[in-house]
Unconditional design. Structure first.
Length: 259
């Protein structure tokens, strides 16, 4: 059985079919990418998976458990974390505080409980120590030590994208939805991101769903790829199968090269 599965997913807005009868399965600890031109329905699928939109029909299953109808917060508690195309961080908070906020679904005593005021043996103190240990590992993993106490607003764009990735990891997800993670990054930052995504797959054992316009990244790191156009599935397969499909070349790769 697939670790994560979408079955016959459809949604319309104002009579326009944004996503039409899309199905796919994702194996545990794999990288599954969704490609297609702007407006093809990729982010709409993410919005349905994360509970922002409720599909008109279809099912979304994580380890056999239905996610459709759950609130975004409940879905996050089931182990689905997400980064956004436009960075959604707290600009006037530090890197450390943004990452600690990513722990909120695991906290029983509040994000900033002042736990140490109650003594190191209290449940609140133990919880805060554990949350900080997890965040410290993420800071080391993403090489954010030099900016840990900096305000997010002061960071260059590429670093902010990494902080958002770190905040998603702080949720300890089973499924990680990455929406255009390399957007706005320079070549060097993209190369680093490639490595980090593969390292997340290896070290965190997370199943990754990826939306990305950088075709070199997609073809280089994806285990399976779903190509879409205008809400419809064109093909699902390996990088080699997808990039050689004539409709993909016409609908997406051709557009990228100005054809």
């Amino acid at each position: 059985m697939d670790h994560f599965r979408v079955e016959n997913l459809s949604i319309s807005f104002g009579g326009l079919k944004a996503v039409n009868n899309i199905s796919f399965g994702v194996e545990k600890n794999s990288i599954f990418s969704i490609i297609g031109p702007n407006g093809s329905g990729k982010t709409t699928i993410y919005n349905m998976i994360s509970g922002i939109y409720k599909p008109d029909s279809g099912r979304i299953l994580c380890d056999g458990e239905e996610l459709v109808g759950l609130s975004p917060d409940r879905i996050a508690r089931k182990g689905v974390a997400r980064t956004f195309q436009n960075i959604e961080l707290f600009s006037n908070a530090t890197v450390m505080d943004n990452l600690l906020l990513g722990r909120h679904i695991h906290m029983k005593t509040g994000v900033f409980s002042g736990a140490f005021l109650w003594g190191r043996g209290s449940r609140a103190a133990r919880e805060e120590i554990r949350n900080r240990e997890i965040v410290e590992k993420i800071i080391d993993f993403l090489d954010l030590q030099s900016v840990r106490n900096n305000y997010v607003a002061s960071l260059p764009y590429g670093k902010r994208k990494l902080v958002e990735l770190g905040r998603a990891l702080a949720l300890e997800p089973k499924i990680l939805l990455l929406d255009e993670p390399s957007a706005g990054m320079n070549t060097e930052e993209k190369e680093d991101l490639n490595i980090w995504i593969k390292d997340i797959q290896a070290d965190y054992r997370v199943t990754i769903l990826l939306i990305e316009h950088d075709m070199n990244m997609i073809m280089g790191i994806s285990d399976r790829i779903l190509a879409m156009n205008q809400g419809e599935k064109i093909i699902e397969g390996t990088a080699k199968e997808v990039q050689s499909h004539p409709e993909v070349i016409r609908a997406y790769l051709g557009e990228e090269h100005g054809c």
